[in-house]
Design a protein around this ligand. Sequence first.
Ligand code: SF4
Length: 116
Amino acid sequence: MNTICIMCPMGCGLEIEKVGDEVRVSGNTCKRGEAYGKAEFIHPVRTVTTLVKLEDGSVASCKTDAPVPKERVSDVVAYIGALTLGKDVKIGDRFHAHLDGLDTDIIITGTPTSGC
Ligand code: SF4
């Protein structure tokens, strides 16, 4: 498997392969890239950042409080897309996402008044 390390702006190209029970990463310039490559191969995760509607028609930016399995990203985006929050949300407010088999909090990261 080939991918690009996204842990820093260098964007090293990684080659990841399984040899026996071991996952081997090459092309990385540092240990973070090796860890990223192994995680991408074994169980890729992503922090979801998106927008949530507010009751006054504006939007606030938000993100998951922790990375979620990559295959569940579209579920999280759809869940947030179906929500409408009060217009008084503040940066740092949290709400729990009730998704089948996934336990995550969503954090407000920007509001219309903060320049979101
Ligand atoms: S391997 Fe290291 S240097 Fe290369 S992109 Fe990843 S974090 Fe940056």
